[in-house]
Ligand binder design. Sequence first.
Ligand SMILES: [Zn+2]
Length: 77
Amino acid sequence: MKKLQKKMVRRISGYICDRCGREAEIGDMEAEEFISIERVGGYHSIFGDGNQISTDICQHCLKDILGEWLRVTPCAG
Ligand SMILES: [Zn+2]
């Protein structure tokens, strides 16, 4: 017999774009196109050594912000 214990599990239920406020729930096609960045600044980071850097951006804002610098390669298949 296994002994079980209750455990709280947190999961992503959707996204809100940090730039425009667009919302998308998990299961929506739009949610699958969100870009999330999470990292910790290193010793030489302009954001500060050890500082957490994070954002969730919708595909529309990603294109608006980085448009000409994004390398979009057609699907090979
Ligand atoms: Zn957006």
